[in-house]
Design a protein around this ligand. Structure first.
Ligand code: PMP
Length: 409
């Protein structure tokens, strides 16, 4: 059967911001790993919500409140289906990956981690999956252990096996690296941790926009991701948790919605997922995230993934051909993230010159300073792709890098 060509022109029409010019040049947005652009369907959902439906949820008995609550809970069901959670109760709305991991580190940590215990992370973690665990370790006297990586940017699995031990209380691992693009063998690693009775949290911030995530197939205990990298609004995110953990963890924050009854003597907590959702949430944003998921499913995550893979291969070949350019992160399995350094030019200067060509990339430590230290670098430039990018844009990127080299030659 002949496969349909990817409808890139139609898709680009769905993203109003991509029509912009920057410094008089067409915008080439290669910073989707920082945040993705938003399709019209998501923007319209936000506007419609505020124009027609805005009300607080779960409390009111009036019509608007009922409408808002219904849409909010419908979004939760869409998200549960998207990651194949067993039930919407496993899906907690948070403001992003960072908050999801802080929730687990704080709440699971309070219940299950003590003096002399260990938390196992990897050398390629984002600060969001390092610092919350460090805070916990400082508070309870636990120790942070780190799985090393190879020069190519792959986890050393034998070392991982060696580091798992009866004191390990959590493995917290990035699914896809935001710097190296590495897709980690998380299913195998979860099996290895579970063989020792250790739960696993996955940081899926860079995975969900690119690969199909099935939390039941992975059998992860927790899965965290951000809505804004998945074509949804900022300030949205999800923590998936297995019920057995969420039931046995204390609430993360106290306030409205997370309670069942309150007296000055004692409070009882609401059922899942509300036990972990204190206060008025980002109602519009979370409904918008539901719209983003509808959009992504409409495009087809598998077709988009194949298209992005083609872009990755094309960009890798083109960048590798530039003299003096070195790609950081050459794992066998990667998504559309390419970090690179250029001889004699600081990554920030590369970013600034590329901006004058309308090309938006990121430069810096990418919130992964220990990983930068592993490679002996202060910063890299990073181009990251989404399914709205094109081969022509890669050609513009290459030309802009060539010109940056000339400026500094
Ligand atoms: N983990 C990874 C791998 C990321 O790429 C990011 C965002 N750069 C985060 C966590 C944090 O996400 P957020 O800022 O949306 O909470």
């Amino acid at each position: 059967m002949k496969t349909q060509p990817f409808p890139i022109e139609q898709i680009r029409q769905d993203f109003p911001i991509l029509r912009q010019s920057v410094h008089g040049r067409p915008l080439v947005y290669l910073d989707s790993a920082a945040t993705s652009q938003k399709p019209r369907a998501v923007i319209d959902t936000l506007v419609r919500y505020y124009e027609e439906e805005n009300a607080n949820i779960h409390r009111g008995i009036h019509t608007l409140s009922e409408l808002a609550t219904a849409d909010y809970e419908a979004a939760r069901r869409k998200i549960a289906a998207f990651i194949h959670a067993p039930d919407p109760r496993n899906v907690i709305f948070v403001k992003g990956t960072t908050e999801a991991i802080n929730l687990v580190a704080t709440s699971y940590g309070r219940a299950f981690v003590g003096d002399g215990d260990e938390i196992l992370i990897s050398a390629m973690e984002h600060h969001s999956n390092i610092v919350p665990w460090q805070l916990l370790c400082e508070q309870v006297g636990a120790k942070l252990r780190v799985i090393p990586i190879t020069d190519d940017g792959e986890l050393v699995i034998e070392e991982y096996q060696r580091l798992l031990n009866p004191r390990t209380k959590m493995v917290a691992l990035v699914h896809v690296s935001n710097v190296l693009g590495t897709v980690n063998p998380v299913k195998q690693m979860i099996e290895m941790a579970h063989a020792e009775g250790i739960p696993v949290l996955l940081d899926g911030a860079q995975a969900v926009p690119h690969v199909r995530v099935d939390v039941q197939d992975l059998d992860c205990d927790f899965y965290a991701f951000s809505g804004h990298k998945l074509f949804g609004p900022t300030g949205t995110g999800i923590l998936f948790g297995k019920e057995k953990w969420l039931d046995s963890m204390p609430p993360y924050q106290g306030g409205g919605d997370m309670i069942s009854t309150v007296t000055f003597e004692k409070t009882t907590y609401n059922a899942l997922p509300y036990k972990f959702e204190a206060g008025t949430p980002n109602i519009a944003g979370n409904i918008g995230l539901g719209a983003a998921i509808d959009y992504v499913e409409g495009v087809g995550l598998e077709a988009a993934g194949a298209y992005e893979h083609d872009l990755l291969v094309c960009a890798t070949e083109a960048l590798q051909a530039i003299p003096g350019l070195r790609i950081i992160g050459n794992a066998k399995e990667k998504t559309g993230v390419i970090s690179f350094v250029l001889d004699g030019i600081h990554a920030h200067d590369v970013g600034t010159i590329l901006d004058t060509h309308g090309v938006a990339i990121r430069a810096g430590h990418h919130c992964a300073m220990p990983l930068m230290a592993r490679y002996g670098l202060a910063a890299t430039a990073r181009a990251s792709f989404a399914f709205y990018n094109t081969r022509d844009e890669i050609a513009v990127l290459v030309k802009a890098i060539d010109e940056a080299k000339e400026v500094f030659s």
